[in-house]
Design a protein around this ligand. Structure first.
Ligand SMILES: N[C@@H](CCC(=O)N[C@@H](CS)C(=O)NCC(=O)O)C(=O)O
Length: 222
């Protein structure tokens, strides 16, 4: 019997990625909320830092084995549960193009708008709220523009053809974040079309930030 625990936060896009993966693979997991804002952020508490040294979410615990970094967790799930739906095609070139796509979002888009990055800009560098918003929008636009260029050549119903791959697990949460930061996501037509399609898929519906046990009542959707 598998035991999977996911430390995560409803609104976190990195958590959203892993929830989609778990749902796609039909793996049941225990949802342990880590509130990123309350009490200075539960991710910064000593007890949480013992399982995740950098203090972000998500963290996965599988049968006592603890792992952080959403992209690593997703690859781990893919290898640890080989009889479930795969997240990469067998073709090596396609597989690594998908990893390139995921990395654009993970390292060159998400990281710039992360909570701790924005907090640092505010507290240490005294950057105004308006300028922080401009900063975040800039990096989201830059990342999504690069994704859109790739999608022109690779997209079908999903990012890479007509099967869900890891790329969709990274794109959709980033699109939700883009909307939250006031980026007009319709300016990325391929990405937008895939986004609309994915939001109708059961694994994405169940993983959506507004349907989690820690989603505040005012944000909840059915
Ligand atoms: N590269 C990490 C990033 C993890 C991360 O920082 N997640 C955000 C939420 S999306 C977080 O926990 N932020 C808390 C903070 O910045 O203090 C991953 O992909 O898991």
């Amino acid at each position: 019997m598998e035991n999977l625990i996911l430390y995560n936060y409803f609104r976190s896009s990195t958590s959203f990625r892993v929830r989609i993966a778990l749902n796609l693979k039909q793996l049941k997991f225990e949802y342990r909320p880590v509130h990123l804002l309350n009490n200075g952020g539960e991710q910064n508490q000593t007890t949480y830092r013992q399982i995740n040294p950098l203090g972000g979410v998500p963290t996965l615990v599988h049968n006592g084995f603890t792992l952080a970094q959403s992209s690593v967790i997703i690859d781990y799930l893919d290898e640890a549960f080989p009889h479930t739906v795969p997240l990469y095609p067998k073709d090596i070139n396609k597989k690594f193009l998908i990893k390139q796509f995921c990395q654009i979002i993970n390292a060159d888009t998400h990281a710039y708008g992360n909570l701790k990055t924005l907090k640092y800009l505010e507290a240490q560098l005294k950057i105004s709220e308006e300028d922080r918003k401009t900063w975040t929008q800039h990096w989201i636009q830059s990342g999504l523009s690069a994704c859109e260029k790739m999608l022109v050549n690779t997209a079908g119903l999903f990012c890479f053809g007509n099967e869900i791959t890891a790329a969709d697990l990274f794109l959709i949460p980033q699109m939700v974040t883009a909307e939250r930061f006031g980026v007009d996501i319709t300016t990325f037509p391929k990405a937008y079309q895939i986004y609309q399609h994915c939001l109708k898929q059961p694994a994405f519906i169940a993983a959506h930030p507004f349907r989690q046990i820690d989603t505040p009542a005012e944000l909840r959707i059915s």
